[in-house]
Design a protein around this ligand. Structure first.
Ligand SMILES: [Zn+2]
Length: 80
């Protein structure tokens, strides 16, 4: 489930995840399709689903395209 990005804390977390992603890959990369993602089109998602590990720590968060995230959620609905 995507994080709600309205609060100040969520914005700070979003910046941290962006920095972490740039440090790892040299540019923002989508964690689902592995293609570059522009700052205005990214969303944040959990690497290990929150329902399993209950962690919102930056290490468990990745950048994803909003579209990729929506597709993933649709697939979850189909297979659940
Ligand atoms: Zn993507």
């Amino acid at each position: 489930m995507p994080l709600k990005l309205n609060s100040r804390r969520a914005k700070i977390k979003r910046e941290k995840v962006l920095k972490q992603n740039i440090q790892l890959f040299g540019e923002p990369i989508c964690g689902i399709c592995l293609k570059p993602v522009f700052q205005h089109e990214f969303s944040i998602d959990h690497i290990i689903p929150r329902c399993i590990c209950h962690s919102d720590k930056t290490a468990n968060l990745m950048l994803v395209h909003k579209e990729c995230n929506l597709q993933k959620d649709k697939q979850k609905l189909i297979y659940s």
